[in-house]
Design a protein around this ligand. Structure first.
Ligand code: OGA
Ligand code: MN
Length: 235
């Protein structure tokens, strides 16, 4: 398991979790479209550069608000506290995809967290999918953020699903070829997000730093954030 984890980590630092240039222009794009209606109530968490791009990305993303309750969030924090606290947040590597983070992985969970992981997997992945065994736990410092990247296609399959603990955040997806095509996902604390297919391959994803964390004109404070991420294996 240790080895597998290292392979995934290397993949992220290397070619697979591809960091993509300077995205400052994206936040300057005017004419932000707010979605009112469409499938479900995505208008509360989906906001993009046009209604067209929102509708097309909508088919490949899902956000489930309140996927876990406060007790379940507390159980994760308690289970992870010791292994996270042993590590220091890493800020130094400017070329890394992630700034201000520490991370771990876990295969075995206690009853409460294990049940949540089971629920996440049942929700996000078809039953016959081969899943990456270890769950990836990423702890972002308040000053930390995730730069635009695409997860390794060599080590991870078509679906990425994550639960956010401790803080709301904004996940931005930017089309890899058309940089003016983007959507922001509001990921509330205790929500689940799922990125699959086009959203996973054709768009970079990133988690905005506090100073840029704005959704629908409102600042969404970015505190320390821990994500619990499950992935499937490539076919
Ligand atoms: C990653 C990543 C997103 C998150 O670790 O590759 O994009 O929700 N994480 O933390
Ligand atoms: Mn990623």
């Amino acid at each position: 398991m240790r080895l597998l984890f290292r392979v995934v980590q290397q993949a992220r630092r290397g070619t697979l979790l591809k960091t993509v240039g300077n995205f400052s222009t994206v936040s300057d794009v005017s004419g932000v479209h707010r979605d009112h209606g469409g499938k479900g109530d995505a208008s509360t968490w989906l906001c993009g550069s046009s209604s067209h791009i929102e509708e097309s990305v909508r088919n490949f993303v899902d956000v489930q608000v309140d996927f876990i309750n406060e007790e379940e969030e507390g159980a994760f924090l308690k289970e992870l506290d010791l292994s996270l606290k042993k590590k220091k947040y890493e800020f130094d590597h400017w070329d890394d995809a992630i700034h201000g983070f520490r991370e771990t992985e876990r295969v075995q969970w206690g009853a409460v967290c294990g049940a949540v992981i089971g629920r996440l997997r049942a929700h996000a992945f078809p039953q016959d999918d081969r899943l990456l065994g270890p769950v990836h736990v990423l702890d972002l410092d308040k000053a930390g953020y995730i730069k635009p990247h695409v997860d390794s296609v060599k080590f991870c399959g078509n679906t990425i699903a994550g639960i956010s603990l401790l803080s709301d955040s904004i996940m931005r997806l930017v089309h890899v070829d058309e940089k003016t095509h983007w959507v922001d996902l509001l990921l509330p604390r205790r929500s689940l997000y799922v990125l699959r297919d086009e959203a996973r391959y054709k768009f970079t994803h990133e988690i905005l730093k506090d100073a840029e964390s704005v959704f629908g004109g409102k600042h969404i404070p970015r505190h320390r954030r821990i994500s619990i991420i499950c992935r499937n294996l490539p076919e």
